[in-house]
Design a protein around this ligand. Structure first.
Ligand SMILES: Nc1ncnc2c1ncn2[C@@H]1O[C@H](COP(=O)(O)OP(=O)(O)OP(=O)(O)O)[C@@H](O)[C@H]1O
Ligand SMILES: [Mg+2]
Length: 286
């Protein structure tokens, strides 16, 4: 059994720290490189979006943080503890006590024959003596995600967006320090997606829970405090998502970008999934 004090946050340390993390999946004789040397620090209380194309390694990053999988090389630390050095029991405790998951498919997050209230109470039911620590009041959690009037509904009576908000409440029932979300808005229309993102922001603000959210959707990524982009298993850089292309074909840049680029002459480098702007005659990151 792992004592909870081992997980006490260490000051001045990132809550989540990846150092040169590689993940190679072996299929028969060949290896598939899912992550090719990712360095990443996530501060406690941060809301981070991980964006990138399909197959880039985004879900792999979540699986490593959650202890569902182990790095092939490099280290993944949570609260200063190297998950690669933990035994199975410790890793299971890490997952149960520190991590909440919201999966992409709405069907995977909720027990279909239980009401919203019962779903949120379920984690307490499997840990009746509170070995996993203090808990939030389930009804308060449901209200925080905007479903106070849906407590007695079963998932089948809820919209996809409402189901995902209920999933956020379930994921937080054991007061995890970290909430991992894999494409939480992928199946939703923009209005439902906005409500789900508002639920993330609310729990981030109210409970200081650290959120790592994987998404293809740059609109969803804009809701986070910070974005990183992965492609082909490599972390490219922190990106700033800008407003979608307007009808006039113009893009509005964030004020900081306008300030940084000044009124000099600019050039753009355009590739399939990003556009980089820089001052003419300058090299490197703009
Ligand atoms: N269990 C596995 N066995 C073999 N290869 C895997 C396994 N899981 C992932 N991969 C491979 O690793 C790479 C990264 O996968 P990952 O699921 O992290 O991508 P992703 O960015 O989440 O993609 P998507 O947006 O489609 O969900 C892919 O090439 C994938 O095929
Ligand atoms: Mg994925």
């Amino acid at each position: 059994m792992v004592s909870p004090e081992l997980f006490a946050p260490t000051e001045h340390e990132a809550l989540i720290r990846f150092r040169h993390v590689y993940k190679v999946y072996r299929i028969a004789e060949t290896g598939v490189v899912a992550l090719g040397g990712v360095d990443l620090d996530v501060a406690a209380g941060e809301f981070l979006a991980v964006v990138g194309p399909s197959g880039a390694g985004k879900s792999t990053i979540l699986n490593l943080i959650g202890g569902l999988d182990r790095a092939s090389a490099g280290s993944v630390e949570v609260d200063g503890r190297d998950l690669g050095l933990m035994g199975i029991d410790e890793l299971t405790h890490h997952r149960a006590a520190r991590i909440g998951f919201v999966w992409q498919g709405t069907a995977r997050n909720l027990v279909p024959y239980l009401t919203v209230r019962e779903n949120v109470r379920l984690p307490a039911a499997v840990d009746p003596r509170g070995a996993l620590g203090r808990r939030h009041d389930p009804d308060e959690l449901v209200r925080l995600v905007g479903l106070g009037d849906r407590l007695r509904h079963t998932p089948g009576m809820l919209s996809g967006g409402e189901q995902q908000r209920a999933a956020v409440a379930v994921a937080l029932a054991n007061t995890p320090a970290i909430l991992l979300a894999d494409e939480p808005t992928a199946e939703l229309d923009s209005e439902s997606a906005a409500a789900v993102l508002e639920a993330f922001r609310a729990v981030n603000r109210e409970f200081g829970v650290t959120i790592v959210m994987v998404t293809h959707d740059l609109g969803a990524a804009r809701a986070a405090d910070r974005r990183i982009r992965v492609r082909d298993g490599r972390q490219l850089h922190d990106g700033t998502a800008v407003a979608p292309l307007g009808r006039d074909g113009r893009v509005r840049l964030p004020d900081e970008a306008v300030a940084a680029l000044g009124d000099g002459e600019l050039e753009a480098e355009i590739s399939p999934d990003e556009v980089r702007l820089r001052r003419r005659n300058e090299t490197g990151d703009a």
